[in-house]
Design a protein. Structure first.
Length: 71
């Protein structure tokens, strides 16, 4: 699923103390996609995860559309 060599990114994140995270993707078309990720050293509680999912969905949609307008 992940390209060869991408495990280095995870190893570096883990070495910096980032072991828990969430990523939300935004798909405009099959060729145009964006993603936002949050990571930290502690697990997320259920309420935090629910909040972060909603926040990430709105944030990535706005950032994607803003980037599209300026590109």
């Amino acid at each position: 699923m992940y390209p060869r060599g991408s495990e280095l990114l995870y190893e570096e994140a883990r070495a910096a103390g980032l072991e828990h995270g969430i990523s939300i993707a935004f798909h405009e078309t099959s060729d145009v996609k964006s993603m936002i990720s949050f990571a930290r050293d502690k697990p997320f509680h259920d309420r935090e995860l629910t909040y972060l999912q909603a926040l990430a969905q709105v944030t990535i949609a706005c950032a994607h559309l803003a980037a599209k307008r300026t590109a």
